[in-house]
Design a protein around this ligand. Structure first.
Ligand code: SF4
Length: 177
């Protein structure tokens, strides 16, 4: 890719919020900034690999990952009244972040004219949670989108802060090496 294309691609990246930013924002804003600059995480990180494996194997028969514009949806199913968007997670430890990511998908789909309900799935814990996009969720999504846009448009990343996610984070070498 030449320099001009790289700059255009970066500009495009900094003008939109994607689901993985929303989830990461609740875990560590620095991660979001690094992702927005397409900094590659450590691919050998065992927690990253386990997460990908669970996402790949869980519900493999019914699973159909779908990309709609800037959204990468784990699974779409036909519900009784609407479509159901399902998001598969390794663990429910960061459940607030997972809920917000799913609410973000429902919000973005609604803006495209697609009504859907959400399901959070934790296959290892055999847990499922339903999420309906209420006006309260919509307000939360609008606020978080604005905060993320402000964050990723900062010229420098936020400083690293040691937290409970650092020991498993695939970006650790960018913070503590
Ligand atoms: S190592 Fe910690 S501070 Fe650095 S990106 Fe990961 S979670 Fe954030």
């Amino acid at each position: 890719m030449d320099l001009l294309s790289t700059l255009f691609s970066l500009e495009e990246e900094l003008s939109k919020v994607i689901g993985s930013y929303v989830q990461a924002f609740f875990i560590c804003p620095r991660q979001v900034w690094l992702m927005s600059r397409q900094v590659c995480p450590d691919e050998d990180n065992i927690f990253l690999q386990i997460g990908r494996l669970i996402q790949k194997q869980a519900y493999s028969r019914e699973r159909k990952e779908v990309h709609i514009e800037h959204l990468a949806l784990d699974m779409i199913k036909r519900g009784e009244k609407t479509l159901v968007i399902a998001e598969v997670k390794k663990t429910s430890k960061a459940i607030e972040a997972a809920r917000m990511q799913l609410a973000f998908y429902l919000y973005e789909l609604k803006n495209m004219g697609i009504e859907a309900e959400g399901e959070l799935l934790f296959p290892e814990e055999r847990k499922k949670e339903i999420l309906i996009l209420t006006p309260e969720w919509e307000g939360k999504v609008e606020k978080v989108k604005q905060e993320i846009l402000e964050l990723i448009n900062q010229p420098l990343p936020p400083s690293p802060h040691r937290g409970r996610y650092c020991s498993k984070c695939a970006y650790a070498e960018f913070c503590w090496a």
